[in-house]
Write a protein that binds this ligand. Sequence first.
Ligand SMILES: Cc1cc2nc3c(=O)[nH]c(=O)nc-3n(C[C@H](O)[C@H](O)[C@H](O)COP(=O)(O)OP(=O)(O)OC[C@H]3O[C@@H](n4cnc5c(N)ncnc54)[C@H](O)[C@@H]3O)c2cc1C
Length: 305
Amino acid sequence: MEAVSKNFFLTLSKSAVLNKAAKRWGMGFGASKVVGGQTFEKAIPIIKKLNEQGLCVTVDHLGEFVTSKEEAISRTEECITTVQAISREGLNSQVSVKMTSLGLDIDKELVVKHMKQILTEAKKYNIFVTIDMEDESRCQATLDIFKQLKAEFDNVGTVIQSYLFRSDQDLNILNEFNPNLRLVKGAYKESPEVAFMDKSDVDKNLKHLINKHLLNGNYTAVASHDDEMINYTKQVVREHDIPKDQFEFQMLYGMRSQTQLDLVNEGYKMRVYVPYGDDWYGYFMRRLAERPANVAFVLKGMFKR
Ligand SMILES: Cc1cc2nc3c(=O)[nH]c(=O)nc-3n(C[C@H](O)[C@H](O)[C@H](O)COP(=O)(O)OP(=O)(O)OC[C@H]3O[C@@H](n4cnc5c(N)ncnc54)[C@H](O)[C@@H]3O)c2cc1C
């Protein structure tokens, strides 16, 4: 049943038609519990509150299915405006960005140009930018862009997904850059040709990647709501005396809020991923796919409207 529900929501997440309809409809169905707002201005009070509670943030301007150069330019400008607003408002926040939102499906060089504009502005304010990882078909292009940017900028990182067979090898290749990486299980619908289908294999591989990246001496963001991954990380850093400034935990806004605060109280760095924007549909569907319990948000949201 869980697998059926997962596939159902992951298939829905890819629908450009429903994505368009959702934009027109406005944020509903409980999406406001996991999305910071339809504009960055709306997300600012939420970020301030998280910061006051000792939580760091990374913000993501939601956007998928970008197919025109004009739209990609407008997304780049939005990202730059967000960087400036983070500095102006004194927020403790980084930025996360998807390469498709900057034009990956149009032209790779266009994305590099856009990313250089964003990173140059972010560097002025000492703001770190993480390149989110999307589906497997875009993984190589995303890593190529990352490597190209990393040669020039020190304020850029990316994401490795443990459900992909290729990830261990990717970690080996990226190691020469001493990258700051977010390690996740992976959120997209992938085929058995490229990804582990069994949760136990995905979990085992995430532990392996966490261990390897930490022991390689690299900054590691463990992005998971899973106690098993959190406890494993705590154990590795304890056993190897890894300092608290070499790693952090990350979780999504609206998920396990009490656990986020507990980790802060234990003295760990905890970063909350706060998405915002009117393109909330695909993100929201992937969250529903992850956890059947999240579907309760939808039902409550429907009756509350
Ligand atoms: C900050 C952040 C950034 C991310 N960036 C990317 C990215 O760039 N690319 C990408 O593909 N994916 C990304 N992801 C998503 C990630 O790949 C997973 O799909 C997602 O985090 C679900 O996996 P999990 O490790 O959290 O736990 P799961 O495997 O979903 O859950 C394992 C267990 O954790 C517990 N649990 C999980 N969620 C909850 C909850 N809400 N409340 C209570 N218990 C819970 C339950 O016990 C559950 O059985 C990101 C995730 C985070 C947190």
